[in-house]
Design a protein. Structure first.
Lengths: 304, 249
């Protein structure tokens, strides 16, 4: 069943999009991350113009994040103070991101920047996840499971404007989470991601937050960053395709719920192994597109 | 249903053909003059049919031209191993849709000079570079424009696609691809005898967005901030809603 997308201005198979949304939702539910940074490249592979893919995925991300935060909140796994500080940075960052996005579109390099940032981040995150999950599998086979230090002190903790975050049991400079928020916000707006895969490690390793709070708190800030990106993309570039986003989010919210119910059945490290392989494959596909000789070195843009 | 319409058209065409014979003219009609891009739009196929006062050896050429405007051609070059758009050129007055069809090879109907003067043929369009801009090897860019427009199916050249019947009736199909641009499309039907234009008929096709798809597009363009806020609220509600539903399951 084909449906004509009003903003992307092309027909697309609605069941295929629904399927992709559900599949990505499942991954999100199972692993906790992986919504946007796989969804946007897949949309581009399906022929959605990158600007529309980025903006519509940002819109879509709001739904599973809201749904996720509500479940985490119920279990008391959200540090709202930390989340608010992060999201302040995130809103600033995503606003900067949309401005950069606009500028890149004007000089005709948007596709290149979106695709190459994906190659860089997907390769990085894919190989990190791959080695981590392989390590864990090997260690478990040997029967030793050691835990790393949860909280380390470094020079970052010496920055001024120290604030107490009771829930996270932290006393750190407020500049640090704001800075992290800004960086993630810029990337979120540019790449059509929530930024979970960057902010989660940053919260654990840079801020030293307890892991139990990390996913809920990051989802909390993602809602606002994704919402801000959506509104700015809509008002600045008119690239949010609400039909595309709606089909995707319907699939993903169901996928997330189903996925989160299976987290106890499937082993985390095997899941991460599969996911990281998937990520590396997507990144390789994007990389080959960038480095192989295009079938035509000329391309045409029809200005509407 | 389809058969009936075709029969209907045929009878109509025969009736018209008497009129045509008397006045030495060409008349034509389209199966669809208003193309609506709705949520189930997959492109459109329009039947163009009509009658002409013909003799053996007469020719018919149909030129359909969509809205004209700015089209950008970009060129990629390898920079540090990656293919990057490095140069771009703007063409003005470029038709964003073009369909040229004829009953036989256009070169057999008209000589090169006539083709050029009457702007028939993909290379005879009066397309210009944006004033004040110059590029080296302009023809390379111009060829790339034609090649890419043909690939996107927005331009097409269909020689031998018009079928003539008893030197009195003609019929042809126009394909509008799903990525077609909205606006007014000018249809020119030209009747040639021994390379001389003896009669012509003009018509128009209107392509517009319609229904929900049009509403969404208009809101996104005209009330863009509100549209963005609405998109967010919708996502929040769906996220919240699923949480409520699944909590009970």
């Amino acid at each position: 069943m084909y449906i004509y997308l009003p903003i992307a201005e092309q027909p697309i198979h609605s069941l295929a999009i629904l399927g992709v949304g559900t599949f990505l939702g499942l991954i999100m539910g199972l692993v906790g991350v992986g919504g946007g940074f796989l969804l946007t490249p897949i949309m581009m592979f399906l022929g959605i113009p990158p600007p529309v893919a980025v903006a519509s995925v940002a819109n879509q991300l709001v739904a599973p994040s809201v749904s996720g935060v509500l479940s985490h909140w119920k279990r008391g796994n959200v540090d709202f103070k930390m989340g608010t500080v992060l999201l302040l940075g995130g809103v600033v960052g995503s606003s900067i991101g949309v401005v950069i996005f606009n500028f890149l579109g004007k000089i005709g390099q948007l596709d290149l920047v979106i695709k190459s940032s994906y190659v860089i981040f997907l390769t990085l995150i894919g190989s990190l996840m791959l080695s981590e999950s392989l390590n864990l599998i090997l260690r478990k086979r040997k029967g030793k499971v050691s835990r790393g230090k949860l909280h380390q002190h470094n020079w970052l903790h010496g920055l001024p404007f120290k604030t107490r975050f009771r829930k996270s049991k932290l006393y750190i400079s407020i500049l640090l989470p704001i800075f992290i928020g800004i960086i993630v916000g810029i990337l979120a707006a540019l790449m059509g991601i929530g930024g979970g895969f960057i902010i989660v490690p940053a919260m654990i390793y840079l801020l030293g937050m307890p892991t139990s709070l990390v996913v809920g708190t990051s989802l909390f800030q993602i809602i606002f960053v994704a919402a801000n990106t959506t509104i700015l993309q809509a008002s600045q570039n008119q690239t949010v395709d609400i039909v595309l986003a709606s089909i995707l989010l319907l699939g993903s919210v169901v996928g997330v719920q189903v996925g989160s119910r299976f987290t106890n059945i499937l082993k985390g490290e095997y899941l991460r192994l599969i996911l990281s392989t998937l990520i590396i494959l997507v990144s390789l596909k994007l990389l080959t597109d960038l480095i192989t000789i295009p079938s035509d070195i000329f391309s045409v843009i029809i200005n509407r | 249903m389809k058969f009936f319409t075709f029969l209907h058209i045929l009878v109509l065409a025969f009736l018209i053909s008497y009129e045509v014979k008397a006045k030495n003219q060409i008349v034509a009609d389209l199966s669809q003059e208003n193309v609506k891009i709705t949520t189930d739009f997959l492109g459109a196929k329009i039947l163009l049919f009509g009658a002409y006062d013909g003799k053996k050896g007469d020719d018919i050429i149909v030129v359909v031209t969509g809205p004209k405007g700015l089209v950008t051609v970009q060129k990629k070059e390898k920079v540090f191993g990656i293919w990057v758009n490095t140069k771009s050129v703007n063409y003005i007055n470029t038709p964003k849709y073009l369909n040229i069809s004829s009953n036989r090879d256009i070169n057999k109907i008209l000589n090169q000079k006539t083709q050029k003067i009457s702007e028939i043929g993909l290379n005879n369009l009066k397309i210009r570079l944006q004033p004040g801009k110059k590029v080296q090897k302009e023809n390379e860019w111009r060829e790339a424009l034609t090649r890419n427009m043909l690939k996107s199916k927005l331009w097409s050249l269909n020689e031998n696609s018009i079928s003539l019947n008893k030197n009195a009736l003609f019929r042809s199909y126009l394909n509008l691809p799903s990525n077609v641009i909205t606006g007014q499309f000018e249809v020119k039907i030209l009747h040639y005898r021994n390379s001389k234009l003896i009669s012509k008929e003009l018509s128009t096709i209107n392509v517009s967005k319609s229904g929900v798809s049009a509403e969404i597009y208009n809101i996104a363009q005209n009330y863009s901030t509100l549209y963005g806020i609405f998109a967010v609220i919708l996502a929040v509600l769906v996220g919240w809603g699923t949480n409520l539903i699944f909590r009970k399951v």
